[in-house]
Design a protein around this ligand. Structure first.
Ligand code: SF4
Length: 758
């Protein structure tokens, strides 16, 4: 029996639409789905071996419970759910709900189940959500909040239409970050009327396609960006009309930039001042400029300042809210929330380190310190969903020491991860190809799309979708009834005759009668409307509410995307389109002028001045260089290459090249240390030591090293066999202390290290 089914790739935030050929329970072939509204048939080499995620010897097929001797024993679902609920109840009653934290809630391809995790957090009474996003992007989100009024105001980049594209600390040839990245890069490369500028310490694949590569010194992005902005102001190249109409408080920003010593900062950043001034003129003279930034500047020294300067670049030059530029976009379901400022009374701080949330997320960098302490209000319980913080958090040793002290650790995942090795309960989730799934990386503007994927393979026996795991836990905690017979009947009636529209009324009445259920709304929808949806689509129920809100907020944009309102209303029509659009569906097409209504400042203008960052900008001039003879090399930790992805690919045999994730070093540095190609060397940091395979690579600057992320996982070669580690677990070298003071984002792109001969 063979079949081609529609699904999506789960390896990066692009989530390209795929068609997969299934044979005998295996994903035999993979091809791009031409009908997908964003990827349009595109895919990269990483998706070809997705069967190694679906089928490998470490996949779980039974809940596991930690025994007194330390072993993990297979137990029934009823036993595991009762045990977890008992543990959570004990912590809640003895130490309060805030003694339990939640980590993750979805990776690059699975956000739908995590929505229901909110119901469990409410049932426990914890505000503490830790997420890998909060070691990457919270500086960026915080700046958005300051400029645009809310941290949920997120910026989209219209790379495909831009005359000039500026890539900052990103290598989209490998990391993608926008639809059909390699095709778009090649189009720009071949088009003499368009210009691609790359700012990156490495001569990456993208830099090689660029018209201009500014090879900035690692950790010096703030100097380069300040110089670029300083040149815009000094040469009177900024857009006065745009600032007057669309921004307020621009004068202090312009004044600070007038003080920037342009040529000295350019030189300090490693870039010829004349070249930098040429870039400023190119940006000012272009009809459209798209600035795309990523972890290269966000996980680097001055990371929050970098995000601010990056945004000032497109704001001061007036390239915002226009075709081919950066714009805010709408969300069907926001990926992030908004948190009050730390000084606000409503800011909820962590109990030990006093860290505040940004976008409702707490940084993984403080999590070990919140656990590994005698503080009476420490974190004692942790629920980890679809994440592997032992491997992905900075300072692996600190994570291991802290997790060993947890009184209750629950891991929900498809495989026995390194984090699951610390769990008291491991709850096996169905794979992303065995259930209805979606991601909330719907970041498009002017057109935005959403892809609800249906299962392409039967659910592996012994596993459950996350939504069902959360429902069972909430029922066991007494926060949710088993069934809602009347609501369920009404939902079925509405599904048969949509024009009835009785379900919204019945739901409202139920919530009015029992207000406590509001905190369980997602699971109430799951257990009522969800049961009336086509078989296997129960988890999509929460999208019904999102579709109603979205259609109400953006009716014209939804209609422009081709969604037409029937008798049941536009929200129902949008939900139906999502439910039945097996390749994904365009949910909105906005006009650029509408974008200004997305700003959440009182007057819908950009609040240009962020005083604390203007101070940080001014302090750059007196910042010492800080060379340290003990650590002569700068390691860029966590590079994206051809054969690394997120850690859900656990079976190392998926890689065709770079099987160990070699340490890249400039040939002259290698020569000086007598390191031949393929030899081994120890990399030592203040936090740890690893041994790595040497690869000489002239793409790196002298004194700079690179290691990829996603390696160092343990995987048995045969079922039940010994676990073998492949490649370097790079977070052994990284430190939680070496981070942005405001956000705690670690400076992974500049870890001081030395090399020692073996
Ligand atoms: S890894 Fe990213 S770009 Fe490549 S196929 Fe998957 S989703 Fe698309």
């Amino acid at each position: 029996m063979s079949d081609w089914r529609k699904t999506a790739c789960i390896l990066c935030s692009e989530n390209c639409g795929l068609e997969v050929k299934i044979e005998g329970g295996r994903i035999k072939s993979v091809r791009g789905d031409d009908a997908h509204p964003e990827s349009r048939g595109y895919l990269c080499q990483k998706a070809a071996r997705l069967d190694r995620y679906q089928n490998h010897v470490d996949r779980l097929d039974s809940p596991l419970e930690r025994q007194a001797d330390g072993s993990l024993k297979r137990v029934s679902w009823d036993h595991a759910i009762a045990g977890v609920a008992r543990g959570l109840r004990r912590l809640r009653e003895t130490h309060g709900g805030q003694s339990v934290a939640y980590y993750g809630g979805g990776g690059q391809g699975n956000h739908l189940g995590g929505v229901y995790g909110a119901s469990l957090r409410e049932a426990i009474g914890t505000p503490y959500i830790y997420s890998a996003l909060a070691q990457e992007k919270t500086g960026d989100f915080w700046v958005n909040g300051q400029l645009f009024g809310r941290q949920t105001c997120h910026v989209a980049t219209d790379v495909s239409q831009a005359e000039v594209v500026l890539f900052l600390g990103t290598n989209p040839f490998q990391s993608h970050g926008f639809p059909r990245a390699r095709r778009v890069l090649n189009e720009i490369h071949k088009d003499p009327a368009r210009t691609m500028i790359v700012i990156d310490p490495r001569a990456t694949e993208t830099a090689r396609l660029a018209d201009l590569h500014l090879q900035v010194r690692p950790g010096h992005d703030a100097f380069l960006l300040a110089a670029l902005l300083g040149a815009l102001v000094e040469e009177d190249l900024y857009d006065r009309a745009f600032l007057a109409r669309r921004c307020r408080d621009s004068e202090p920003v312009l004044a600070a930039l007038r003080e920037v010593p342009v040529d000295a900062f350019a030189t300090r950043s490693g870039v010829d001042p004349a070249v930098l001034r040429g870039v400023a003129r190119t940006i000012a003279g272009a009809s459209s400029v798209a600035v795309r930034a990523d972890l290269g500047i966000q996980q680097s020294r001055h990371s929050t300042l970098n995000s601010y300067l990056e945004k000032l670049l497109f704001l001061l030059s007036g390239h915002f809210g226009k075709p081919g530029c950066n714009s805010l976009h709408s969300f069907l379901i926001p990926l992030i929330g908004h948190s009050p400022e730390p000084e606000s009374e409503s800011s909820i701080k962590t109990r030990v380190t006093g860290m505040h949330a940004i976008s409702k997320l707490y940084p993984p960098n403080v999590l070990p310190a919140e656990i590994d302490t005698e503080h009476p209000e420490r974190i004692r319980g942790l629920i980890v969903d679809s994440s592997n913080p032992i491997m992905s958090g900075a300072d692996t040793a600190a994570y291991r020491a802290a997790f060993a002290k947890l009184e209750l650790c629950v891991v929900i995942d498809v495989a026995l991860t390194e984090t699951a090795q610390f769990a008291h309960y491991v709850l096996p989730a169905s794979s992303q190809f065995e259930k209805t799934e979606a991601t909330f990386f719907n970041l498009g503007f002017p057109t935005n799309a959403f892809h609800l994927r249906r299962a392409v393979l039967p659910q592996r026996p012994g596993t459950l979708p996350e939504s069902e795991i959360y429902r069972r836990l909430c029922v066991a905690l007494g926060a949710l009834p088993e069934r809602f017979p009347i609501l369920e009947r009404v939902a079925r009636a509405d599904r048969r005759v949509p024009a009835l529209r009785l379900f919204p009324l019945a739901l409202k009445a139920k919530l009015a009668l029992n207000p406590k259920l509001r905190s369980q709304l997602g699971l109430v929808l799951y257990q009522t409307l969800g049961l009336a949806l086509p078989e296997g689509a129960q988890a999509a129920a929460v999208l019904w509410g999102a579709a109603q809100f979205y259609a109400k907020r953006h009716p014209a944009a939804v209609r422009r995307a081709g969604i037409t309102s029937g008798r049941a209303g536009l929200g129902e029509a949008l939900f139906e389109a999502i439910l039945t659009g097996e390749s994904g569906v365009e949910i909105s097409t906005h006009l650029h002028e509408e974008m200004w209504s997305f700003l959440r400042t009182p007057d819908r203008r950009v609040q240009l001045c962020i005083p604390s960052l203007i101070e940080e900008l001014a302090a750059l001039a007196t910042e010492p260089e800080g060379a340290d003879a003990e650590w002569p090399f700068m390691l860029m930790a966590g590079e994206r290459r051809s054969y690394n992805a997120n850690t859900i690919y656990r079976d190392p045999s998926w890689r065709k090249t770079d099987s160990e994730g070699a340490l890249w070093i400039h040939p002259d540095d290698a020569e000086a240390l007598s390191l031949s190609e393929g030899s081994r060397v120890a990399v030592v940091s203040v936090g740890g030591r690893v041994e790595a395979l040497v690869h000489r690579n002239a793409a790196l600057q002298l004194g700079v090293l690179s290691l990829p992320h996603g390696y160092g996982l343990e995987h048995p070669e045969t079922e039940g066999g010994p676990r073998v580690r492949t490649g370097v677990a790079v977070n052994v070298l990284t430190s939680a202390e070496h981070c942005d003071p405001r956000t705690k984002t670690p400076f992974h792109k500049g870890v001081p290290v030395r090399l020692e001969a073996l």
